[in-house]
Each structure stands twice: as C-alpha cells, then as structure tokens.
Design a protein around this ligand. Sequence first.
Ligand code: SR1
Ligand code: MG
Length: 388
Amino acid sequence: MEQKRVRLELLRYVKDKLHYFGKIEDVEMEEIGDGNLNYVFRFTSLAAAKSLIIKKAEKCARFSDDFKIPLSRTGIESFYIHSLNHLIGRYLPTLYGTDVANGILAMEDLSNYKILRSELMKFHAFPFLPEALVDALSKALMGTTSYCIEQVKREQMVGTLKDNPLNEIITKTLVFEEPYNNCYHRNNVLAMNQDYVQNELYHDEALLKISTEYKEKFFSEKQALLHGDLHTGSIFIKEDAFKFIDFEFSFWGPIGFDLGFLLANFIFAYERACHDSSKESKVFQAWMKEVILYVYPQFTKRSRKILCDANVNQKEAERFLNEIMHDTIVYAGIELIRRTVGMANVKDITTIAPLTERMNAERRIIQVAKKLMLEAKNWDDLKDIMSF
Ligand code: SR1
Ligand code: MG
C-alpha cells in the first residue's frame, strides 16, 4: 500500500464526505492496526480536539500483496453493524460513514479500549466480562435466528449477505482443510512439533472427516448472523465495557461457530497462563475457568428464555440449544487446531518461552482439540473440558 496515496484519499474522504474535522491542516494520521487483512488508522485533530478511526480495505491483504481479497468486505462489516445495532448497539463501535467502493469504514475512536487478547496475555481479569458476553451473544445470535425475526424480513437480510467471499478464500482452506494435511504448504508448525503433528493430525483421517462435515455445516446452515471470526483479538475492552470489532468475516451460519471460536481462544489464554508460575497467573487461570463455565451454560439459559418469549415449542428449543452446544465444542476443537498448526497462529501460544514449554503447550492443545472434535457428544459438562 502506498501510504501517501492512501493518506490523501482518506483525508479527502474525512473532509469532503464526513465533514468531521473543521480544517484538516492539523489532522494527523497514524497507523494503529496490525491485523492480517486491513489497515487501521487514527486521525486526530488537536485543534478540534477530535479523533476518529478509519479502517481501510485494499484489494489485497495487509500481510501480503499476493493475497487477493475483495473490497466487498467493507460493506459486509457495515451490514453487520447496521443489522445488529438495535440488538447489541452498546457492544458495537459507532459507525460514522462507509464508502464500500473505496473500502473505507469510518468509526468512533476506541483508544480508551485495549485488545482483549493482549490483556489476557498479561493475566488481566475483567469481572464484568462473562455476564456482558452472555448478554451480547444471546441477543445477537438468538435475535437473528428464524425464531426471532419475521420471515420476509429475514429472507431479505439473508439475501443481502448471501455469502461472504472470505469464507471461500480464507476460512474454507485455512480453518477446515489445510491444518489436517498441509495441502498448500502454508502451515506454521513449530520445528520441534513437526513429527508430532504428522502423526497426530496429518495421519488421523477421522479428524479430517469431522472437519469436512463441519465445513459443510458452516456453508449450509444459516442459523444466525455470525461475527465469523470471533476470537479475543476481535474484542476491544476496558474496565467496565467491551466492543466487538472486525466484522469482515460476518455471514449467516451455525451459531456454534462463533461460540466455539471464542471458547478456543479462552482456552489459549488459559493454556498460556498454565506455563507461568506467578501468583497472578494462578488467579487468572481460576478466573478464566470461571468465565468459560459461566458463559456457555448461561448462554444456553438466556437463549432458552429468548426462545420461550418468542413462543418456540419447548422441545424444539431444547433440540436447537443442544445442537448449538455440540457444534460449539467441535468448532472450538477446529479453531484450536488451526491456530496451533495452521497459517495464522496466536500470540498467546507463540510467545510461550522457552521453546520446550511452547512445544508442550501446543501438544496439550492438540490433544484437547482432538478430544473435543472426536468426543463432542460426550462433553455435556464443560467442567470436564477445563480439567485437561
Ligand atoms: C489470512 S487471514 C488469517 C486469519 O486472520 C483473520 O483474523 C482470520 O482469523 C483469518 O483466518
Ligand atoms: Mg480480524
């Protein structure tokens, strides 16, 4: 990306379209994002004492010019925010403007928030988080099921976001396929774990079979409007509030996909803490377990109430909620594996030192993930998951 061109283009947008800053002479632009796909800039005017964030999508990914991805992802982000604002507005950034043709999304500056993953890596607990997550997830996910939106309206919404091209270009291969056979030679496997991964993953046909089955479910089940990439790097947090961010992977899909991704990323934070002997880490481990053991059963409870209020037959509601929890466990296993051996690893694990500790952490994760995928039906109680 040419910084100069983009700076001019964005400044012009802020000035002529948004009319956000009075004069733009003193507006400073700073790149603040380090994501894989898009550029994120903060624009600040000291004179106007104002700032905003612009997320800029280019036709290729930020991490590589060879990785081509369509600009339509900007429209998809905007669609997610607009569709869910009435349900979970307090958990979403305020949008100031969108220019899909140029890949521009302007939104409120959340500089007083931090990325949840980075905070969890420092063993920072947020007591308000579990309840807020239950509130947000149950409202967003249940609120976009066919049980809760009038059929004609929902069909229109599904039609607006028929499919997300990033699913085909990225998620299909990166999440569901190559972690099990390295078919595109893009997996990032720790040298010390090469043989281990060969034996435990590449030679286990049952895993690839489950992943394939859940890939099909991912593409076919339109249970709700999903975030689509709900990991701890997609959550901005401060002491008493959080916001979801980064909705470019949003699509209509199986609810367990969002819940499972989040569960897996909590497990990464927990596993990281297990490799630290400090007192803070022990306290954090206990809290992380509490979060998991609160969020998932409470999600079910809150969702049951939402379905009951929508007059859904009780048996049908139970069937649906059981299916969601079962899917959640399988998708958590799938996310654990792809973030451990696939192309996009997580810092929680890659920064564990020394390397022998990281090697052990990755092996433990792989074993837990396999259990989740292969024995999901037996995992009624998440307590057992957290006793690994
Ligand atoms: C090539 S993009 C790699 C990953 O980053 C995003 O956050 C998604 O998780 C994607 O799979
Ligand atoms: Mg992202």
